[in-house]
Design a protein around this ligand. Structure first.
Ligand SMILES: [Zn+2]
Ligand SMILES: [Zn+2]
Length: 397
């Protein structure tokens, strides 16, 4: 069998090479994607004010003025922010947990520096309190052990993943996005979601107000007096329709995941675990799910202990509710009992045993042993169920 083993090693090596090449290409193409995105959104804005804007009646301009100001303002500044605010990288634990973590000059400029134009405080917004009670309530998060990343050898707090394109660990990593040439993570996901919202709105405003100009662009008898070339307008309009369908779908999916307090990576993991748990007759609980409303509030850092909801309308840098090293966790259902003896061995999916919590809803304490339990719960913990194999590493103290 040595031949077979040699062949399989060769195939694996080839796959790795292809994977590395794809990662390299994604990284190298990043600036091109960013340039393309700037060209397209600038062209869209120019065509709108040049072709559509000139034909609008004053009464409509007055009525739509909030949209006509907020859409371009948010579209360009949110895109600038999502490409410039770093997603957040785990620095050594002592620094990360200190009240004033040391940041790179770019991070300091964008988030912390007094008087920065993007800072919410500069515009009179204040955080209404602290979220400490949620962090402290359920678990001594500071006492938790932190994993070590096998790839970059740095600390890997819960919900952190290693990005093979960025070649480093990213706090609360959602995904690597070529359109922003970087990862979407803890610090920039808010900008990412808001950018998608304003882009969708912009596309629909363009498509609905610019329809008559589209017919005009098709008719070569008409007098086309705009700076934007006829063909460019037609192409931008078609692109607006395509983006106006695709981006809201993606955006809604992201908001749906946010409302469940899961990242794209976790969503994949959670649905896999949900299926596994179901096949064992159990209910899977996402440990970070604090209820739809609270999840959304924490993500946008508004509402209780957060900033004003008005900040959602403005392209401002709002710090995330969490420091990226620990996250508030949900309470166990009232009928759950921890720990469960002798149940782990009977599971067909042993990976679920670690997070097993149980219920004796339909009977006395012996019901479980008789195999007739009501609801049984299994709750994830630290992402250790489905940690990415190569970036997993061990524990660090
Ligand atoms: Zn790493
Ligand atoms: Zn990345």
């Amino acid at each position: 069998m040595p031949v077979l083993r040699g062949c399989s090693a060769l195939v694996i090596r080839c796959f790795k090479r292809v994977e590395h090449a794809a990662d390299w290409l994604t990284g190298a193409a990043g600036p091109v994607f960013i340039f393309l995105c700037w060209v397209l959104i600038s062209l869209g804005g120019f065509a709108f004010f040049d072709v559509i804007g000139r034909g609008l009646q004053w009464s409509i301009i007055f009525l739509l003025s909030p949209i006509l100001v907020l859409v371009p303002l948010n579209l360009y500044v949110q895109y600038y922010l999502v490409t410039h605010v770093p997603p957040g990288f785990p620095s050594p634990r002592a620094i990360a947990l200190s009240p004033n973590p040391i940041k790179s000059s770019r991070e300091r400029w964008l988030t912390l520096e007094e008087g920065s134009l993007f800072r919410a405080e500069t515009w009179g917004f204040r955080r209404l309190g602290h979220h400490a009670e949620e962090n402290d309530a359920r678990m001594d998060t500071r006492g938790r052990r932190v994993r070590r990343c096998r790839k970059c050898d740095g600390p890997k707090p819960e919900r952190t993943h290693h990005c093979s394109v960025c070649r480093r660990c990213v706090l609360l990593m959602d995904h690597h996005c070529p359109w922003i040439n970087g990862c979407v993570g803890l610090y920039n996901q808010r900008h990412f979601v808001l950018f998608m919202f304003w882009l969708s709105l912009g596309c629909w405003v363009f498509a609905s107000l610019g329809l008559s100009n589209l017919w005009e662009s098709f008719s070569f008898k008409s007098n086309w007096t705009y700076y934007t070339p006829r063909l460019a307008y037609t192409l931008v309009y078609i692109l607006c329709i395509a983006m106006g369908v695709a981006v809201p779908v993606l955006g809604t999916w992201h908001v749906f995941m946010v409302s469940r307090n899961e990242t794209s990576i976790e969503s994949h993991d959670n649905s896999w675990l949900e299926g596994k748990a179901k096949s064992e007759g159990m209910i899977y609980l996402n440990p970070y799910d604090l209820g739809r409303r609270r999840n959304l509030e924490l993500f946008f850092n508004v509402g209780v202990n957060g900033y004003s909801r008005w900040t959602l309308l403005l392209p401002l840098v709002i710090p995330p509710a969490s420091n990226g090293w620990s996250f508030p966790r949900r309470a166990l259902p009232a009928d759950a009992i921890v720990p469960v003896e002798n149940t782990a061995q009977s599971l067909h999916a042993p990976e679920l045993a670690e997070g097993l919590v149980s219920s004796h809803m339909n009977g006395g304490p012996n019901t479980m042993e008789n195999g007739k339990a009501g609801s049984r719960y299994v709750m994830g913990d630290d992402g250790s169920f489905t940690d990415d194999e190569e970036g997993g590493g061990g524990w660090m103290d």
